[in-house]
Each structure stands twice: as structure tokens, then as C-alpha cells.
Design a protein around this ligand. Structure first.
Ligand code: XLS
Ligand code: NI
Ligand code: NI
Length: 440
């Protein structure tokens, strides 16, 4: 088989290396926090951005050609499989994620789409074996085709709903066939533009019905992986139903689905919801719903999902701190739902983008582990809440306290003043000390 990318395998060369095609921080076999970096980080390649994204934007056509020498749509799909595995192999990425539509052309009908998928999936399976790669998660694209203009699971047309269900069923079948560890529902067009034409109650009931059907179907077939919801507050619709983690948790609990779903948290979606990435991860963690991560970053000056490769090390650090606090990934991982900028259109840019993202997360992991080992942050938090360990605080936590007993207690104190510092500036400087102390 001939090479598609004229770039060799990317190796770890250490922080002193100036070779752009080398890792400076991601050393797959190095142990951090009791596991290898490869196990801690579980990097995945996003099929859509990497093999399908050509740099189209609102004002211009693509700048990168992703046909990889194929001519017909099916030829191109096969070439993409080759390119995908060559890329993962060269970058040392163990996992990938895809939408049904990324891997095979839709054709003219549902039957044709499924036949195309049936031709490509065995090829993918073969390559997974050959290169020892795994499927982190699969999903169905229920947003691109014009039929989903009013939504898929939350649309107004029952035929479209059934079509969406057929796509979900097939995408689940493929995910199971490929031994996938997860299945994602990102609510593409599940939202609304105006309540003047929207029955929000029915739309949400129907979405819950679709999720329930998907879970029952896959579990009935013996699927043991995770189901994820990927929150996002807006884009493409003005109001996406899966706004953020807290909103999704309330939805899942209303419909009794909370045991069946975890979160797939995307950094750029968190910031669109006016949250930090860490806030979303923490909300998922404390609710037992931490699952997987779409690793990318937005731009604070732009109000949309720019899906940039993550290079902000503060963010990767606080992300990995949450991952460590959650006890690490189980079925999830770090999927680079990220694309090189439109002006970064060369094959080299694909490699350089992944290297940048992987190195930034490797640094984040190392620093997060240092924060844990250093202990100053945890000790500060521990001390800050110490009053809940004994006396009246312990009564509050154990449930022994009542409104009356607290009132009596407060009256016995009569005057309560709070003069203890929250220490934010000190703690921020501790983080900088851990990151840069001694390094410069
Ligand atoms: C879009 C989403 C999408 C999901 C998969 O904003 O991030 O790419 O991750 O459907
Ligand atoms: Ni995503
Ligand atoms: Ni996104």
C-alpha cells in the first residue's frame, strides 16, 4: 500500500527538541499518576474534521482537498479509511470517533446509504486489526441533510423522526460491530429558533423516547459500552435543548434516563454556555456522569464553535485535574474534535495540529499530577471546609441538624463574623509556581 502522507512516524524527542515533527511532552510509555500517558490520555482522532473537513466557511469554499486521490464518492470513502489509519499509526493515536456520514456517502436513499456503510465497515474493521486501533465512539449525523431542517428527534415530522431512528439503529450496529466503547448523541438540530412554532413539551418527550429506544435496542444486543450526551448551548439552533451538563442532567432525570447516560464534554461548548471547561467537567464528575471529552478550544473573541486544537495549557491542566479527580477515563477518552485553521491547509498542518494538541494535553496531565502531588491546593480546600467536620458542621452534613437546632445554635453565638480569606490570588500563584517555578 502506498503512503498518503509524506511524513514519517512521530516520536517523542523530549522538551529540548526543536524538530517540529516530534513530541516534546507526550511520551506514551512514561508513567504519570500510576499509569502510562497513553492510558491516562486515551487520544482519539475525529474522523469528520481530520478526513472530511476541507476548510469550508461562510465566505469561502474549502482550501484543503480531502479526496486523497479518490474519484467517485465510494473511492474517496475508501481512500479516507487508508488515510485515517496511516495518520493514527504515524501519530500514535490509539482511538477514533466517527459519524455514519463521515465514513460512507449517503447516496440517494437510506438503502443505498446502508449498502455503502456495509462496504466500508469491513475495511475499517480490517484496518483496526492491522494497526491495533480502537473505536472510542460512534454516532449518527442527524443534522447535515436538509431533511433534518426542523430537527431529528425533536422535529415536527414523524417520517423524519423514523428516518433518524433508522440512522441511529445502523450507527449503533456499526459501533457494536467495531467493538466501540461509546455512542454519542450530540443534539445537532435538536433545539429551536422560535417558540412561536414550537411544541417544546412534545419535542423533549420525543427526544427522550428516541434515547430510550436506542438504549433498549443496544443493551438488548449485548452492548456494554457507554451512552453519552454532548451538551452544547447554541449552534446550529439558537437554543439547543442539551444546553449544558446541568440542563442535560435535569432532562435525563425527568425521563428516568440518568443511569443510562454520561456526558461527553466539549471544551468549546462549555465556553459557549458561559462556563469554563473545568466547570462542565466538575459538574459531570460530582453527579457521577463524567464520561468522555471532546478536546478542543474556542476563541474568547469569537462567539462560535471554532473547534481549534487545544494549546492553552492552563485549560488542559484544569481539564486533566478533573479527569484525575474522577479517577481517570473508563470507556471515554480525549477525542480531538478539532480542526486546523482554514489557512493551515497542508498535510503537514494536520500532523502539526495533532502534535500541538497532544503535547498540550501531555503537559496538562503532568502539571495536574504535580498539583495533586504538591498538595497545597487540596490542603487549602480541606482547611476551608473544616468547620463541617466537627460540631454543628458535622451535624449539618450528617442530617442531624434541623432549622430549629441551627437557629438555637446561631442565637447562642449571637454574633458571627467571617474574616477568613478565600485566597484566590495566593492559589493562582501556587498554580503558576507549580507550572513555572524553577523552570525559568
Ligand atoms: C458539534 C459537535 C459534534 C459532535 C459529534 O459541535 O461537537 O462534532 O462532537 O456529533
Ligand atoms: Ni464535539
Ligand atoms: Ni463542537
Amino acid at each position: 500500500m502506498s503512503e498518503i502522507f509524506k511524513i514519517g512516524k512521530i516520536a517523542y524527542e523530549g522538551p529540548a527538541s526543536k524538530n517540529p515533527f516530534a513530541f516534546r511532552h507526550y511520551n506514551p510509555d512514561e508513567i504519570v499518576g500510576g499509569k502510562t500517558m497513553r492510558e491516562q490520555l486515551k487520544f482519539a482522532m475525529s474522523y469528520w474534521h481530520t478526513l472530511c473537513g476541507e476548510g469550508v466557511d461562510m465566505f469561502g469554499v474549502g482550501t484543503a482537498d480531502k479526496s486523497f486521490g479518490g474519484k467517485t464518492p465510494m473511492e474517496v470513502a475508501k481512500k479516507k479509511v487508508e488515510a485515517a489509519f496511516e495518520l493514527m499509526d504515524k501519530l500514535g493515536i490509539d482511538y477514533f470517533c466517527f459519524h455514519d456520514k463521515d465514513i460512507a456517502p449517503e447516496g440517494e436513499s437510506l438503502k443505498e446509504f446502508q449498502a455503502n456503510l456495509d462496504e466500508i465497515v469491513p475495511l475499517i474493521k480490517e484496518n483496526m486489526k492491522k494497526y491495533n486501533k480502537k473505536l472510542l465512539w460512534g454516532t449518527a449525523n442527524l443534522f447535515n441533510n436538509p431533511r433534518f431542517v426542523h430537527g431529528a428527534g425533536t422535529g415536527c415530522n414523524a417520517d423524519v423522526y423514523a428516518y433518524a431512528a433508522a440512522q441511529v439503529k445502523k450507527a449503533l450496529d456499526i459501533t457494536m460491530e467495531l467493538g466501540g466503547m461509546g455512542y454519542v448523541f450530540w443534539g445537532g438540530r435538536e433545539g429551536y429558533e422560535t417558540l412561536l412554532n414550537t411544541d417544546m413539551g412534545l419535542e423533549l418527550d420525543n427526544l427522550a423516547r428516541l434515547l430510550r429506544m436506542a438504549v433498549d435496542y443496544a443493551r438488548g444486543k449485548g452492548y456494554t459500552g457507554d451512552f453519552y450526551i454532548e451538551p452544547k448551548p447554541k449552534e446550529p439552533t439558537k437554543h439547543q435543548y442539551d444546553f449544558d451538563t446541568a440542563t442535560v442532567l435535569a432532562f435525563l432525570r425527568k425521563y428516568g434516563l440518568e443511569k443510562d447516560f454520561k456526558m461527553n464534554i466539549e471544551a468549546n461548548h462549555a465556553t459557549l454556555a458561559q462556563h469554563t471547561f473545568q466547570h462542565e467537567l466538575c459538574t459531570a464528575r460530582i453527579n457521577g456522569a463524567f464520561g468522555s471529552i471532546d478536546a478542543n478550544q474556542g476563541d474568547t473573541l469569537l462567539g462560535w464553535d471554532t473547534d481549534q486544537f487545544p494549546t492553552d495549557v492552563y485549560n488542559t491542566t484544569f481539564c486533566m485535574l478533573e479527569v484525575l479527580r474522577a479517577g481517570g477515563f473508563v470507556n471515554g477518552g480525549l477525542n480531538f474534535d478539532a480542526k486546523a485553521r482554514r489557512a493551515s491547509m497542508t498535510d503537514e498542518d494536520i500532523f502539526l495540529s495533532y502534535i500541538a494538541g497532544m503535547d498540550s494535553f501531555a503537559l496538562g496531565l503532568k502539571i495536574a499530577q504535580k498539583i495533586v502531588d504538591d498538595g497545597r491546593i487540596d490542603a487549602f480546600i480541606e482547611k476551608r471546609y473544616a468547620s463541617f467536620k466537627t460540631g454543628i458542621g458535622a451535624d449539618i452534613v450528617s442530617g442531624k441538624a434541623t432549622l430549629e437546632s441551627l437557629s438555637d445554635y446561631a442565637l447562642s453565638l449571637n454574633v458571627v463574623e467571617e474574616k477568613t480569606s478565600g485566597g484566590q490570588e495566593y492559589l493562582e500563584s501556587v498554580i503558576n509556581d507549580i507550572m513555572f517555578g524553577g523552570a525559568l
